[in-house]
Design a protein around this ligand. Structure first.
Ligand SMILES: Cc1cc2nc3c(=O)[nH]c(=O)nc-3n(C[C@H](O)[C@H](O)[C@H](O)COP(=O)(O)OP(=O)(O)OC[C@H]3O[C@@H](n4cnc5c(N)ncnc54)[C@H](O)[C@@H]3O)c2cc1C
Ligand code: FES
Length: 290
């Protein structure tokens, strides 16, 4: 870590109290699906906005004042740092309150936390991105990061699946990636409708059809646990070793910084040691869950 990194980090953990959030302002809200919105945010302090850095795959704790805090992955790419984006599915107290906020509302921000994706491991590799539903959100940060540094990576495959066409998130990104001749993208739905002309089938089945080569490749998988559970064995069948498979884990969190013990799996804390893990690591500690 360089002196500049340390000064950035200490500024971000500053104010003498790591639990005290910075203020961020909602600049734009995009309706993704019936229950999911993307929020564009800027720090209230322009200097912080200019200094802020993070890694794709890192998350932050966002607070709705008077309601509470919840962790969300930063879904925008660090290569496009004029603002931050989070994509949030409405499931409970904090996410409902966040969805009720409008443009210009202020939220709290603590972070960035967690390890993020290991860019050194991915450099020079064929990358296979496999996402389901809102699981595209953390991968999206990495996908744009990779596209913005295209010469550092080999082939890129993206397989994205949702239940129905109405559940497609980040359609504007899907359109861009579809047009991008430097990558191959397949979008699939479990159940089509009369408007759907793309593939129909669950993600693991489509992965088996696409059959990306495991040679010099890393697969990055993110989505609902059921999708992940059935995707890893297909990757193994295609020749991917557990060390060549990455995913991000979601556990309920409180502190976000490895202090409260809320998110532990064995002696690891998902907030501090993750949320990105290889399948080899996951196999070791939660064989019963995945
Ligand atoms: C590292 C990390 C990154 C995340 N990134 C995103 C993201 O980018 N976008 C997004 O929409 N969500 C993300 N989540 C999940 C998000 O944090 C939860 O949906 C949110 O905390 C729910 O808060 P709530 O107050 O609205 O729900 P609550 O009222 O607390 O709970 C509503 C329901 O959601 C379940 N729930 C709550 N938290 C979690 C959790 N962490 N994992 C699984 N189920 C949970 C509860 O069991 C309950 O059934 C992430 C979680 C983690 C740990
Ligand atoms: S959330 Fe407190 S230790 Fe992870």
């Amino acid at each position: 870590m360089t002196a500049t990194d340390i000064s950035h980090r200490s500024r971000f953990l500053a104010q003498g109290n790591v639990y005290l959030p910075h203020l961020a302002v909602i600049k734009k809200i995009v309706d993704e699906t019936g229950d999911t919105k993307t929020f564009h945010l800027n720090f209230k302090d322009d200097k912080l906005q200019g200094e802020f850095t993070f890694n794709s795959g890192q998350f932050a704790l966002f607070s709705v004042f008077g309601i509470g805090e919840a962790p969300f992955v930063i879904s925008s790419s660090p290569t496009r740092s004029d603002h931050l984006e989070i994509t949030v599915r409405r499931v409970g107290r904090v996410t409902n309150a966040l969805h009720r906020l409008g443009v210009n509302a202020e939220v709290g921000f603590r972070g960035p936390y967690g390890n993020g994706f290991p860019l050194d491991l991915l450099s020079g590799k064929n990358l296979v991105f496999i996402a389901g539903g809102i699981g595209l959100s953390p991968l999206r940060s990495l996908i744009w990061n990779v596209i913005d540094n295209r010469d550092k990576y080999e082939n890129i495959d993206i397989i994205y699946g949702v239940r129905t066409p109405a559940d497609l998130c980040l359609k504007y990104d899907l359109e861009s990636w579809n047009k991008d001749k430097t990558l191959d993208m397949v979008t699939t739905v479990d159940e089509g409708d009369e408007s759907w002309i793309g593939r129909v089938g669950v993600v693991p089945a489509i992965l088996e059809q696409v059959a990306p080569s495991a040679k010099n490749a890393v697969a990055i998988v993110c989505g609902p646990p059921i999708m992940i559970r059935f995707t890893f064995p297909v990757l193994e069948k295609l020749g991917f070793a557990p060390e060549q498979m990455l995913t991000t884990l979601e556990k309920r969190m409180k502190c976000g910084i490895g202090k409260c013990g809320r998110c532990n799996i064995g002696n690891l804390y998902v907030c501090r040691d993750g949320p990105v893990f290889t399948y080899a690591q996951i196999k070791q500690f939660i064989s019963s869950e995945y």
